[in-house]
Design a binder for this molecule. Sequence first.
Ligand code: NDP
Length: 266
Amino acid sequence: MTSAPGSPTGTQRFDLTGRLALVTGSVRGLGNSYARALAGAGCDVIVHGSGSSLSRAEQQAAAVAGEFGVAAHATAFDVTDPEAVDGSLARLMAEWGVPDILVNNAGIQRRGLFTELDRSDWDAVIATNLSSVFYVSQPIARRMAERGSGKIVNIGSVTSSLARATVSPYGASKGGVVMLTRSMATDLAQFNIQVNMISPGYFRTELNTALTSDPEFNAWVEGRTPARRWGEVDELAAALLFLCSPGADFVTGQNIYVDGGMTTSL
Ligand code: NDP
């Protein structure tokens, strides 16, 4: 069986040159590494931060443009505020175009024993990690559907499938992202939009400073992870680039764990 005429071959299967990518929460942390990975693969990128982070987003966009020679734009809005999301996305798409790639990465953590958590912790985590995926994806998916193509990558966690003490809102939100990803994939496949997930293991960022500075937790991560170490932030890039590439046009609704084997063993 040969490829259909015009089908990508060889490295074209992974070619992202000239695609426009929006990565939420990309002023720092893992989101910043996703934006840089996409820019390194030739994408124009939109760097995004929370409402108060426009100047940091502008700095990061300038750094990415300078380093990778792509167009890089900056935006800042609160992903938990549907009106801010709608207004910002409408402006952004009018100015820079409809993203080819959306990475729903923005997230927060609030820790506490189930009996001691405040309701406000629950609401904040569910809004930031789960509802935001719906809020941000819907207006963009509508425009991707009109165009007839798009890639959406949602960010989960090992807590998408495994519970851990003191993070019940986070686990619920990341478990929710699994079913939202599958539901989005199911509804959007007819428009040639693929929706997948990456679930990182433990990576050192500001999100988990409380853990990285704790020797006991360090030892736990190294003992519990079959690879016997934390992940290096760059190790998430290849999975992201694959899911965003033409090579993944028939891959949808999937969740790739990049976790050194943590979720595959007790
Ligand atoms: P960081 O805390 O380093 O960065 C979080 C990013 O999300 C920031 O850019 C922040 O913007 C943005 N953000 C937070 N709240 C909002 C909001 N309401 N509106 C807009 N943007 C917001 O986190 P990580 O890089 O560690 O995590 C990124 C994602 O990866 C999260 O979804 C997290 O759950 C997930 N993850 C991380 C793991 C890890 O080991 N680090 C492991 C598994 C999953 P600003 O700076 O402007 O506040």
